[in-house]
Design a binder for this molecule. Sequence first.
Ligand code: FAD
Length: 277
Amino acid sequence: MPEATASTPPAPAFTREGTRHVFRIRAAEVTAVREVGPQIRRVTLGGPDLHDFSSLGPTDHVKLFLPDPETGELVAPTVVDGRVVRPAGSAPIARDFTPLPRPAASDDAALDLDFVLHEHTGPARVFAERVAVGDVVAMGGPRGSRGLPHDIDGLVLVGDATALPALSRWVAGAPEGAEVRVVVAADRAGVGEYADLLGAASVTWVDRPDDLIDAVRALGEIGPRTFVFAAGEAGAMADVRRCLRRELALPTEQIAVTGYWKHGERAFDHHSPLGDD
Ligand SMILES: Cc1cc2nc3c(=O)[nH]c(=O)nc-3n(C[C@H](O)[C@H](O)[C@H](O)COP(=O)(O)OP(=O)(O)OC[C@H]3O[C@@H](n4cnc5c(N)ncnc54)[C@H](O)[C@@H]3O)c2cc1C
């Protein structure tokens, strides 16, 4: 790494505490279903396997193993000596979701997952449409949790409806006095309670993911101790990342941008690169 000079000030460090969790595949049962808004359905999962479930960070996610929409068969891997072993025969169907841990109401812990009722067909979308109390799923992760960065005085949070659970966790964890600015591409009426959940922040609502960049530009200065998190449709996130890096010249340490899904692609892998900066 080149040494910093007078013309290249050192990039600020954004330390995020990391915690590893023992990776397990857990069986979970649907214990409640309710509408957060017309476009978001909340599914509460519970059961004895969740007794040691832990999720400490705003970017945590679980791999949810879902029934085959055609046959109803649920296939999930197992973990043997720390290694994930896929069953012979049918391949598991899995999608990523953001856990919203909730205080245990009984001896069993519980967590909520919020499903965006999007307009395409996929196993998660179909599951969310048909879900009923008593349904069984399996869940892996989170493998680890990363806390909020230390010593920040601001947050800029950008996303679409799929990112609202994560954005709400960032907002809830923001240090006192931090300036929290949120830009969301979603139908405000459709996401119901999230409009209030983000209430502690200053929120800009835009209609389309393509409008996110202009809304980010309109935020004004993003200071050196402000951390930026963005998540949503991969193409839109590639544009947001390019804007943050090239136009606003933010160092990579100051931003975390993830594609959560991609137009026209099933089971998009969020580890795929978003393109160059
Ligand atoms: C770390 C992480 C956390 C996530 N957290 C959440 C969460 O808490 N809640 C949530 O709802 N989603 C979340 N997602 C996104 C979710 O995993 C994807 O939207 C997933 O593709 C949905 O699976 P599916 O079976 O419905 O569709 P897929 O089978 O994956 O795709 C089928 C079709 O639907 C389209 N599609 C997929 N998602 C959407 C969408 N949101 N809007 C419009 N079209 C879509 C695809 O482009 C494809 O054409 C998260 C993703 C990641 C990586």
